[in-house]
Ligand binder design. Sequence first.
Ligand SMILES: C[S@@+](CC[C@H](N)C(=O)[O-])C[C@H]1O[C@@H](n2cnc3c(N)ncnc32)[C@H](O)[C@@H]1O
Length: 274
Amino acid sequence: MTEVSRFYSGSGGLVEAISSALDAAGLDREALRPVDLAPVDEFHIRGRAATLEIIEALGLSANSHVLDLGSGLGGPARTLAEVTGCTVTGVDLTSEFCEVATALSEWTGVSDRTRFHVGDATDTSLPDGAVDAALTVHVAMNIPDKAALYAEAFRVLEPGGRFVAYDVLQGEGGDVKYPVPWANDSSTSFLATPEDMRELLHEAGFEVISEVDSSDESLVWFQQMRARIERDGPPPVTFSAFLGDAFGQMAANQVANLAERRIRTVMFACSRPL
Ligand SMILES: C[S@@+](CC[C@H](N)C(=O)[O-])C[C@H]1O[C@@H](n2cnc3c(N)ncnc32)[C@H](O)[C@@H]1O
């Protein structure tokens, strides 16, 4: 197991932990929808709202076959499949996350349109031009060889296909305060700057169609999450299911990192030229 997978795997038993938490909250498993799981499986800043923006940027239809590089617990993949009817293949380094993603898709009735494989986003072994759209959401922070990541996204995408990279970038405010939800310290955290990203995507062969910095909205999202939890208590399952008690400190650090401009959240929409 790599250091990165070890960080995300926690103490194991995640399928059972999520299952028990849903049962304890009295959620009817038969009626469970992808949206009900968003507080735990849309594992990125601004959650489902950001995934809906990605759907727009990718221009998906029910015929699309999409690759999610670093698919985590599969929340973005399920949202894509639920909203557009498309088919999504997810690849993730953390085998327990792939196991959970597969179970959650079964529970929410989208297992015919989502599948998850253990693998490295920089080398997926998929054929050239295998998909007509691709995304990566809050994954590149853990990947030092970003050129390999974007070259792989380009390779598996058919000409004319769209690619969205929504990631946490290094801001101008100084070093990141750790721990954060992707790393305990700088040994597994590798943030690109917005300038690096433009160059990396261009070097991979992509044409960048749009670049949207959502850092202000990200700060509001964390503040609203905190206020909601203080008012209503936490949702049945949250990121604490796998990040443990450290998630509270991580969320507080993210508020500081955003407020002090140590990090930025930016979405790049690209196309592979014909
Ligand atoms: C913060 S989570 C984001 C998960 C998902 N994209 C989402 O937004 O819900 C980061 C994910 O990246 C995965 N990851 C990190 N490095 C990876 C790599 N080289 N290849 C594939 N997955 C990777 C981790 O296992 C983890 O599931």
